[in-house]
Design a protein around this ligand. Structure first.
Ligand code: 5GP
Ligand code: ZN
Length: 117
């Protein structure tokens, strides 16, 4: 079982912010912004490339609701999903990073190695 499946199952602790039958939002253990949530489907879907459009529609509504609940909908936020090896995905269970709570710099995404590409 992957670590996010263990969080869903309650076998690993997490700081949960919101959940419903299908989706869960919890705080990233190593926040990269004043507010950094991870939003996942409870079912194990490996990456964005694997999610079907119907499930994604539900996840979209859930993410928007979480952003409203956190007071980020008006101030703005950044939504990121890393997909696969080149995308830098470390946990192989689809997750969206919801980042906000302050003016974010694009440099947060800066990748030194792109200069060599
Ligand atoms: P990725 O690099 O796969 O897009 O992002 C994985 C994210 O999961 C990272 O931001 C990392 O800080 C976070 N993370 C890794 N392990 C745990 C954990 O056990 N609990 C929580 N809450 N976050 C984790
Ligand atoms: Zn999983």
């Amino acid at each position: 079982m992957c670590i996010f499946c263990k969080i869903v199952a309650g076998e690993l602790p997490s700081n949960k912010e919101a959940e419903n039958e299908h989706f869960l939002a919890f705080h990233d253990l190593y926040p990269k912004a004043p507010m950094h949530l991870l939003i996942i489907p409870k079912a194990h879907i490996e990456c964005f490339q694997e999610i079907d459009a119907h499930t994604m529609a539900g996840l979209t509504e859930f993410i928007q609701e979480v952003a409203r609940r956190m007071g980020l909908d008006k101030s703005g936020y950044r939504l990121i999903t890393n997909n696969g090896e080149d995308g830098g995905q470390e946990v192989k269970h689809l997750h969206f990073h919801l980042l906000g709570g302050g003016k974010l710099k694009w440099e947060h995404l800066h990748d030194e190695s792109h200069k060599n590409m």
